[in-house]
Design a protein around this ligand. Structure first.
Ligand SMILES: [Zn+2]
Ligand SMILES: [Zn+2]
Ligand SMILES: [Zn+2]
Ligand SMILES: [Zn+2]
Length: 477
């Protein structure tokens, strides 16, 4: 680990151990909004769905002709992956068809991990201070906290890995333990618009702890994980990112963290649990609306538990009435999942609009459920290229995004971007300039200005501004 400390010191970072929290990454100089704190290539990664194993692209794919499991976009990606895939390919080719179909991305991640370790041991692949198996060994596995059910699953997966590799020296228990490490340390690799592409293990990035009020953000540039400061981080500050979707009540966030990452969050936001502000915020995010349509008060359960009462005007909503609407929504949601999966967007939209109508009656106007439904409708409308209506839905979601996310958050930036892009298509140039400027203000911090995505956004904004200047000057003449 001496090596790692030196490599981090060169990047103005240190690792310290915080009691009860394990290791943490700390700044050794001041960092400013948008500064890259750390960049890391994955130790291993895999794409999910059908993507190129090298670059995660989905175009021009062809299967590896030998194992028929892995896809590549061309010879350059195939070549760059070959040292590792040669061994994986051999192992996969030994399997019969049925077994080969059971090779999931998680199984492949494990195969690649063992193969990479072997190749680094044999010095066929070089190791560096930030790229070696010792860093993987140092990751937490939380073995004592995982459920019996999960253990059985890991053991089954470990058996398959053992069978594929056929290495006498590795044991099932060790593989199962690494699966547990994957579960609490691996990161979902996303594109610039935060759509998931695959999974990767970034052992140095994994040192960074979670907060529901993070001061930094993790984004990806291709397969490279990039952590950027969201605010000024004075020397000696612990770097914190969020492991989960933070738009949720404290209970929801804590549940997600406990289930997947096996710890209880004690961040400043979570330590407010039970206080008036927290109760109010949660009731708005996930609770019901007042019966009086003009009142935006939040509702809490009455002491007898039989109803919900508005904390603003005192009106009572009956539990049965709420249950009735909730059941209708549930049934419609089940119905909606069918056309969504077969890409019948028109039908999906009409069902989601019914859900939206019921949710407006049931939930608080700033509810996350309502926001998610509108987001789904928005995405389907975009697929159908119904730009005008899509813009209307995008605008509906923005006030909720502004409430649930901090002022600098990639999802808020991306929502402004969608809004601006639609306004630009629809030739609402003035509006487009406003929305795209807001998007740039956020995304230049979260994503940097060198990614193709942000470069394209900057060009769009420039064009929109030029057009606006042209329009106003031709008006004056
Ligand atoms: Zn590729
Ligand atoms: Zn192959
Ligand atoms: Zn928290
Ligand atoms: Zn009320």
């Amino acid at each position: 680990m001496e090596e790692l400390h030196k490599a981090l010191k060169d990047r103005d970072l240190t690792v310290s151990t915080v009691h009860g929290k394990g290791r943490s990454l700390v700044t050794a100089r001041d960092f400013y909004p948008g500064d890259v704190i750390i960049n890391q290539e994955p130790y291993v990664c895999v794409s999910t769905h059908k993507r190129c194993d090298g670059c995660f692209r989905t175009t021009n794919l062809s299967k590896c002709s030998r194992c028929h499991v892995v896809w590549y976009c061309g010879t350059s990606c195939q070549k760059s992956e070959w040292r590792l895939h040669r061994l994986e390919c051999e192992a996969l080719s030994r399997l019969d068809d049925r077994k080969r179909k059971s090779v999931t991305p998680s199984i492949r991640l494990m195969l690649k991990l063992y193969l990479r370790r072997k190749l680094q041991d044999e010095k066929i692949i070089p190791s560096t201070a930030m790229d070696n198996y010792k860093l993987v060994e140092a990751l937490v596995a939380h073995m004592s906290d995982i459920t019996e059910e999960q253990l059985v699953l890991y053991a089954q997966m470990a058996n398959l890995v053992h069978l594929i590799l056929q290495w006498p020296e590795i044991n099932i228990k060790e593989i199962a333990e690494i699966f547990s490490k994957f579960a609490c340390n691996a990161h979902t690799i996303c594109d610039s618009e935060l759509r998931p592409l695959g999974t990767g293990l970034y052992p140095v990035v994994s040192i960074i702890n979670h907060s529901c009020l993070p001061n930094s953000v993790l984004v990806f540039e291709g397969r490279i994980a990039s952590v950027r400061a969201l605010q000024q981080l004075p020397k000696g500050t612990e770097v914190l990112i969020s492991y989960i979707e933070t738009a949720g009540s404290t209970v929801t966030r804590q549940k997600a963290l406990k289930e997947q990452y096996l710890f209880t969050c004690v961040c400043p936001l979570c330590s407010k649990v039970g206080q008036y502000d927290d109760v109010r915020k949660n009731a708005i995010l996930e609770g019901y609306r007042c019966k009086n349509e003009t009142c935006d008060g939040f509702l809490l359960r009455t002491t007898d538990g039989q109803a919900f009462q508005c904390q603003e005007c005192g009106l009572i909503r009956d539990k049965e009435e709420i249950k009735k609407i909730a059941t209708e929504i549930k049934l419609l949601s089940e119905e909606a999942s069918k056309p969504s999966s077969s890409a019948n967007f028109q039908e999906a939209i009409s069902i989601y609009k019914m859900i939206e109508k019921l949710q407006t009656k049931l939930y608080h106007p700033f509810s996350i459920n309502l926001m998610q439904t509108r987001e789904t409708i928005l995405k389907s409308l975009m697929k159908l290229e119904h730009w005008r209506e899509a813009l209307a839905y995008c605008k509906l979601t923005i006030p909720i995004y502004q409430r649930v996310y901090p002022a600098v958050h990639p999802l808020l930036g991306l929502q402004y971007y969608t809004c601006g892009k639609l306004e630009w298509y629809l030739e609402d140039t003035e509006e487009a300039v406003i929305s795209l400027t807001k998007a740039v203000d956020i995304l230049r911090i979260t994503h940097g200005t060198n990614t193709p995505f942000v470069k394209e956004l900057l060009t769009m904004l420039e064009e929109a501004r030029a057009e606006l200047t042209y329009k106003s000057s031709s008006k004056e003449e």
